[in-house]
Write a protein that binds this ligand. Structure first.
Ligand code: SF4
Length: 207
């Protein structure tokens, strides 16, 4: 779903649901637009997102004067990792990706632990989502199908977790100890206008 008319329709639906939309042509423009939003010294939490890494945001945030709760820093203990995830839940800003966005203006997420969907739902004052055009779908059926058939197996494979899909690339609705598909969230509408901003990037990002 990458026709301009479809993207505009999705953007209009999101705005109608109190979700602010910013368009960016590519990853570079996306990164600049996110950095323009963030004031110096702001506290920032992050949720797992390949898209955020691909547009160079993680490196940019690390290099600037922010209070970044960076659970991805190499070498930190599991306890410190958890502490930073929790701190991210009450940060001023939260930056992550989204698994699918429907033309009806709804956001779809799959989470393993739950910190990302918790923060997107409530906690941080502002949430910024980075979204490539490959995440745009028609409706909720297509959104869940995209997550089940593509996003989840590819994520498991990329991180090499011990699940059947990491081997086969196909979801079998497993009950593995390390199953990553544990919490599904659909956001129909934001109660507070402008709390959630989505950057729609005109290229493919993430899974
Ligand atoms: S339910 Fe299991 S097999 Fe299916 S995508 Fe998730 S982790 Fe993989």
């Amino acid at each position: 779903m990458t026709k301009e008319a479809d993207i505009e329709k999705t953007a209009t639906s999101l705005e109608r649901h109190n979700i602010e939309v910013i368009r960016a042509a590519d990853g570079d423009e996306c990164r600049k637009k996110v950095l323009d939003i963030l004031p110096r010294g702001a506290s920032i939490g992050m949720g797992g997102s390949t898209s955020v890494q691909q547009v160079g945001l993680l490196d940019a945030l690390r290099a600037r004067d922010y209070n970044l709760h960076d659970q991805y820093e190499k070498g930190i203990s599991p306890e410190e990792n958890q502490r930073r995830r929790r701190a991210g839940l009450t940060a001023q800003y939260y930056i992550t990706g989204v698994n699918a966005v429907s033309e009806e203006g709804e956001l779809f997420f799959l989470d393993g632990i739950g910190n990302r969907v918790a923060a997107v739902s409530y906690g941080p004052e502002r949430v910024i989502l980075v979204c490539g055009i490959n995440k745009l779908v028609r409706d909720d059926d297509e959104a869940w199908k995209r997550i089940r058939d593509k996003a989840a197996p590819l994520t498991a494979k990329r991180f090499g977790v011990d699940t059947p899909c990491a081997e086969t690339g196909v979801c079998c609705d497993c009950d593995a100890e390390r199953r990553i598909c544990n919490i599904y969230v659909r956001i129909h509408r934001a109660m507070t206008p402008g709390r959630i901003t989505i950057i729609l990037v005109g290229e493919q990002l993430g899974f």
